[in-house]
Design a protein around this ligand. Structure first.
Ligand code: SUG
Length: 446
């Protein structure tokens, strides 16, 4: 078995971070619509998390922000003239479309792609499929830059394959790694890849939520598994419980997280809990791994508390001593039921013996916790050496990026500021400088 380390690629928050209430079914996004944001603080909070985890010895890297606003989108929808004209017309005629073009959402890189490490794939390369995110206009155009960024970082075809996103149609709704996890004995070992879907396009009888949309389809998950060359016996498809989608669990990573052989999940997460565990256990036996299920009962933590605290949107990280740390947002400690549960979890003698908490309030207000902010990529040493090194988090890069944020980012943004042509110019200048700092000159199609 090859040794591998799991890199977490956190999304670097962009200069126009804002709250536009664009995500129907995401409770936080809806509740904070049109409140003022603080892009500078948002970026610094994200960087502080990356730095702290890198300092602890976890492999940490970043994915750059996307260019905003997306003038190509605005022009394709009939807003014409100079850039300033386009912004003014869009703001006047359809501020919501302008907000979509300015969406903050690429920062949640758990939705950037689905990743299968080389141990799992048919051709022994690391495979990436950028998520089409086609359920929401403001996210449906992210995949073009996601593919471009991933191809710039993972450019060596000997080790990496970056596919195009699936067709952008409801049958193939794909939200990436937020609905996917690997369960295995060690990061470098063959794993069982678990895909969680919310609905089935071609089976009208399959259960589906009634209130909020199911963003991921079974058909999309199966297509990603095919593209990555995953073995059928090591791939498990699980239906998410439609009732929890209707309670605000818009991605599976809001109610479950896996790492190594541990699955940390809420009892209501899956449509059929017993069958899910049985299938996962059987598949894991085939790769010589034993499932350790950490189940959270409704009596201990209600679904509403899980959604508000983002208990499950945590990062479960393997430590050198074999134990795991749970990286949580500070909202978990402010929720009495969740805080009580976590005290018990750490004291239980189970796999998790440490809590690491962060203030990620700026991200949380849009429904993005620690796990949303990162894309996991398990890499062998050889693969890690073959990727672009400029995005790996170091003390030096941290300080460079903090100075860059301090120089370019505003600390207050209101919805009407999106119409300000100066914001677009500031963003452009910031991103041009960033490409030089990261050593990725062709990163954007500017
Ligand atoms: O897709 N929020 C994102 C949050 C994504 C969280 N990611 C994971 N769970 N992995 C979403 O709903 C809100 C943008 C706004 O309203 O301005 C937003 O897109």
């Amino acid at each position: 078995m090859a040794q591998a380390r799991e890199f977490n690629f956190d999304g670097l928050v962009g200069p126009s971070h804002n709250y536009a209430g664009l995500s129907f079914g995401n409770v936080a996004s809806f509740n904070n619509v049109k409140s003022a944001s603080n892009p500078k603080q948002a970026a610094l909070q994200g960087l502080a998390k990356m730095r702290a985890l890198a300092q602890r010895g976890f492999a940490q890297a970043l994915l750059p922000p996307q260019d905003r606003p997306n003038f190509r989108l605005l022009r394709s929808l009939g807003f014409t003239g100079s850039d300033a004209d386009v912004l003014a017309r869009a703001y006047k005629e359809s501020p919501v479309i302008l907000a979509c073009a300015y969406s903050a959402s690429p920062m949640w890189t758990a939705n950037a792609a689905t990743v299968s490490p080389s141990a799992d794939t048919g051709d022994g390369r690391v495979h990436f499929t950028p998520a089409n995110l086609n359920n929401k206009l403001h996210r449906a155009f992210e995949h073009a830059q996601s593919a471009r960024s991933l191809r710039a970082i993972f450019s060596d075809p000997k080790h990496f394959a970056v596919h195009d996103a699936l067709p952008g149609t409801p049958a193939f709704g794909d939200e990436g790694a937020a609905n996917h996890t690997r369960l295995c004995a060690a990061h470098g070992a063959q794993a069982v890849e678990v895909f969680v879907y919310g609905r089935v396009e071609f089976d009208a009888a399959a259960p589906a939520p009634k209130r909020f949309p199911a963003r991921q389809t079974l058909e999309a998950s199966q297509a990603v598994a095919r593209l990555h060359g995953l073995a059928a016996e090591r791939t498990v498809y699980v239906q998410q419980n439609p009732d929890v989608i209707d309670q605000g669990v818009f991605h599976n990573d809001v109610i479950a997280v896996g790492n190594g052989n541990v699955l940390f999940y809420h009892e209501q997460a899956f449509a059929d809990e017993a069958a899910t565990l049985e299938r996962v256990r059987a598949a894991m036996a085939g790769v010589g791994a034993e499932l350790q299920a950490v189940r959270v009962d409704t009596g201990a933590v209600a679904v509403a508390d899980a959604v508000h605290s983002y208990l499950f949107n945590s990062q479960l990280l393997s430590k050198a001593d074999g134990k795991m740390a749970l990286v949580i947002p500070q909202e978990c400690q402010e929720n009495p039921a969740v805080a009580r549960y976590l005290d018990g979890l750490v004291a239980s003698g189970g796999p998790v013996d440490e809590l690491i908490h962060f203030d990620l309030r700026q991200s949380m207000r849009n429904g993005g916790g620690p796990a949303c902010l990162r894309l996991r990529v398990a890499l062998t040493d050889q693969e890690a050496a073959a990727m672009h090194q400029g995005v790996v988090m170091t003390e030096a890069l941290y300080h460079t990026l903090v100075a860059w944020v301090e120089k370019h980012y505003r600390d207050h943004l209101e919805p009407q500021d999106l119409a300000d042509p100066a914001l677009a110019l500031e963003t452009r200048a910031a991103l041009e400088e960033l490409t030089r700092m990261l050593g990725l000159p062709g990163l954007y199609d500017l």
